[in-house]
Design a protein. Structure first.
Length: 210
């Protein structure tokens, strides 16, 4: 199970560090025990010129599980930056832009772009419900959602959570799409094999923000 961590570095700085990447102390999501280092692995990142980047692993000495420590500019099992994915999905939903022209513009395979949108669609309702719960935890004012369309509601709910988090914590809260990755763990854009987007606890999400 990956742990998404808030990475203060830009992607280029992260890449430049190679295996020297340092991550602060993390707690085991299962039992709260401090995690120890446990090597890492290389994975690919698609950017202009595909690159490899180092993902640290850590292991809990109590429950003996290991966790990949995923920087928040990535999503589990996705080759592209979350910023690229999130913007493309949002553009296709609210801008009505087809995934084909978007894929061409981004230089990603059509099937990849279509899959982003499909997964977002599958998750949209659960995601919206979970995000509204976090938004209300941050600020009890009701969350105003304008549409009946699940995907639009999910985008609006994400915007509301992010806005409330920024109001409360300021610039410590990362940019919108990294924030999405951070509070969603591996579920932001799960694959066919992933469980559905789980309910989010506002309190737990807030502890993610340093
Ligand atoms: Zn543990």
């Amino acid at each position: 199970m990956p742990i998404v961590w808030q990475c203060p570095l830009g992607v280029s700085a992260y890449l430049a560090l190679g295996q020297q990447i340092e991550i602060g102390e993390k707690a085991c999501p299962e039992c709260g025990q401090r995690l120890g280092g446990w090597g890492g692995y290389w994975r690919w990142l698609r950017r202009p010129g595909t690159e490899r980047l180092w993902i640290r692993r850590s292991r809990c000495s109590r429950c003996r599980r290991s966790h990949a420590l995923l920087p928040d500019f990535l999503l589990e099992r996705r080759l592209d930056e979350v910023e690229v994915i999130g913007r493309a999905v949002a553009l296709s939903i609210s801008g009505g832009l087809g995934m084909r022209p978007l894929a061409e513009r981004l230089g990603v395979p059509m099937t990849t772009a279509r899959d982003w949108r499909r997964r977002f669609q599958v998750n949209a309702l659960m995601m919206a419900a979970a995000l509204v719960a976090v938004a209300v935890h941050l600020d009890p004012a009701p969350v105003l959602l304008s549409a009946a369309e699940h995907e639009i509601v999910a985008l609006e709910a994400l915007g509301a959570v992010w806005h409330r988090a920024r109001t409360r914590f300021g610039k410590r809260v990362p940019e919108l799409w990294s924030f999405w990755s951070l509070i969603s763990d591996e579920h932001a854009l799960g694959t066919n094999r992933s469980p559905p987007y789980p309910p989010r606890s506002g309190a737990v999400c807030i502890t993610r923000i340093p």
